[in-house]
Design a protein around this ligand. Sequence first.
Ligand code: ATP
Ligand code: MG
Length: 338
Amino acid sequence: PRTIFSGIQPTGIPHLGNYLGALRQWVKLQDEATPDTTLLYSLVDLHAITVRQDPNQLRQWKKESLAMLLAIGLDPNRSIIFHQSDVPAHAELMWILSCQASTGYLGRMTQWKDKTASAKENSEKLKLGLLSYPVLQAADVLVHRATHVPVGHDQAQHLEFAREVASGFNHVYGQDVLIQPETLISPAKRVMSLTDPAAKMSKSHPNARSRILLTDSTETIQSKIKAAVTDSIEGITYDPSSRPGVSNLIDIIYHTNDTSDYASQDELARDLASLSMRSLKTRTADAIDRVLEPIRARYSSLIGDESTLIDLAHTGAVRASDSASGTVARVRKAMGLS
Ligand code: ATP
Ligand code: MG
């Protein structure tokens, strides 16, 4: 039997990168799952607070993110959908794993190094949660005994860390107390920013035009894609290192094309070779709009249904607490805490 776990931070409406890199995969895994597969998808609000959040904004984002998980096609009868902070076992196991995790290893994480390098502040201002959040992420996955974790490329390093923590813990306390999960990286593993194609598309980037939200209208999609940074080289070719902006648009067309008419981005690019930049952008916006149109429609009817969302969050929390309780009991017993 498989257990699939993954999470998304409620730090804004999910964007096209979240969808192609992770959320679409979540739905696919759900729809293809055999009856003995457990699926858990979490809105990881405790991760969201590693940077300061406005309480009302966070509340709103939690609600919107939940509605979006339903809008993309997750079925609450099949998948356990829940807010992380509703299940205290995540935080409890995190503390226990913190006593196992190496600060040297955490300090070498790319995200920590990026944040400490860009933050000109001294260590007095850097928060502990920012350093230790991979431990919480490890706890998220391990507490549910996940066997498979579908994520985008940027999370691969954190999952490697989770396996390391699990194996270290098992080495001390017993062979199968924790389960080492496998990482499932989606084919669209890194959708790039529209305004800075050297960086990944991100919910928290200050420039809202750097990303396509799953709620964006046809017109907004068109105008953001029209303004996307490309280059002035004649003709269309696929070369992510020398033409990152153009290649990102080709990637988007390629990955939004469900039927996979093309064997590779290169093959697709050969078909697009003679297009003008303007036509390439029109093609891209159309491809995105086709995928987002039904999601947008479902989202707008769900977001107004407050009582259903509250009920679903409650049911999800109960089921997720149940899923987590076995591991916590096992860990406590193995360590002499109970
Ligand atoms: P934030 O800026 O707040 O960190 P985010 O856009 O990185 O937001 P997360 O909630 O951190 O989103 O990540 C949710 C999932 O989406 C993860 O599995 C992550 O790997 C994936 N993901 C995020 N951005 C991209 C992207 N640009 N391309 C592909 N996958 C992505
Ligand atoms: Mg992120």
